[in-house]
Design a protein around this ligand. Structure first.
Ligand SMILES: N[C@@H](CCC(=O)N[C@@H](CS)C(=O)NCC(=O)O)C(=O)O
Length: 234
């Protein structure tokens, strides 16, 4: 059994999609990051970075219970466990390259673009411009790569596509103000729509719907999500 620590946000969404695609048995454990549940010691023992997603696999290597944290590590671990969505062995260098490009570039710059356009105080034009433009630049790198391709690696649906889907789903927030945010990136739009049309994507959108995650943005939420804006706890 896999315990899947979840909040309805892009990085957990990637893992939810892979769990659904692979048909692995899992149980969703809500972590309400707006209430600060990611900072609870019991959760920090599973992810010392205090973020979702994380998993506990009660039947890990050698039958032992293991934790895995960080969405890309979880995607690789689960794809290896399922023996699926890794593409061809000869394409592994490309798979790792694009996975890490999304993990360290497209994803984090998208997240910071959302932060500076929606959450940061007014008057930070330099930061807002930098993260928005860097998110756009990463979109363009993948857009150019996707020219004439159906999937990111080797013409086979892999965890790289699953990983990209998690963030492309938030394009309207990353590219704030665009009515059709992927219109300028037709190859990314096609990739997103191809993945989004899969039955597993529809099932993924239902994950966690039975839990009432906190939606309001109040002082508790700001302290939970942006602790660096407050004095360090003594
Ligand atoms: N590198 C991490 C990033 C995880 C991450 O930023 N998760 C967000 C949700 S998408 C989160 O937990 N936010 C709450 C917080 O930062 O306290 C991964 O890919 O899993």
């Amino acid at each position: 059994m896999i315990r899947f620590y979840y909040h309805p946000t892009p990085n957990p969404a990637k893992v939810a999609l892979l769990l659904e695609e692979a048909g692995l048995a899992y149980e969703t454990v809500p972590v309400d990051t707006s209430k600060g549940e990611q900072h609870a010691p019991a959760f920090r023992a599973i992810n010392p970075n205090g973020k979702v997603p994380a998993i506990v696999d009660t039947e890990g290597p050698g039958g032992k219970e293991v934790r895995v944290f960080d969405s890309t590590a979880i995607l690789i671990y689960l794809a290896e466990k399922a023996g699926r969505f890794l593409g061809r062995p000869e394409d592994r260098p490309e798979l790792l390259s694009w996975l890490l490009f999304i993990a360290s570039g497209l994803g984090p710059f998208s997240g910071q673009a959302v932060h500076f356009q929606f959450a940061a105080p007014e008057g930070l034009d330099y930061a807002r411009n930098r993260y928005r433009r860097e998110a756009e630049r990463h979109y363009q790198v993948l857009e150019d790569h996707m020219s004439g391709r159906e999937f990111i690696v080797g013409e086979i649906y892999t965890i790289a596509d699953i990983s990209a889907w998690g963030w492309l789903d938030r394009a309207s927030r990353v590219l704030k103000g665009e009515t059709d945010p992927l219109a300028a990136y037709p190859n990314l739009k096609r990739l997103f729509e191809t993945v989004d049309a899969r039955p597993a994507a529809a099932r993924t959108r239902a994950v966690g719907k039975d839990h009432a995650f906190k939606m309001e943005r109040d002082e508790e939420t700001n302290r939970a999500l942006f602790p660096s804006n407050y004095p360090a706890a003594r």
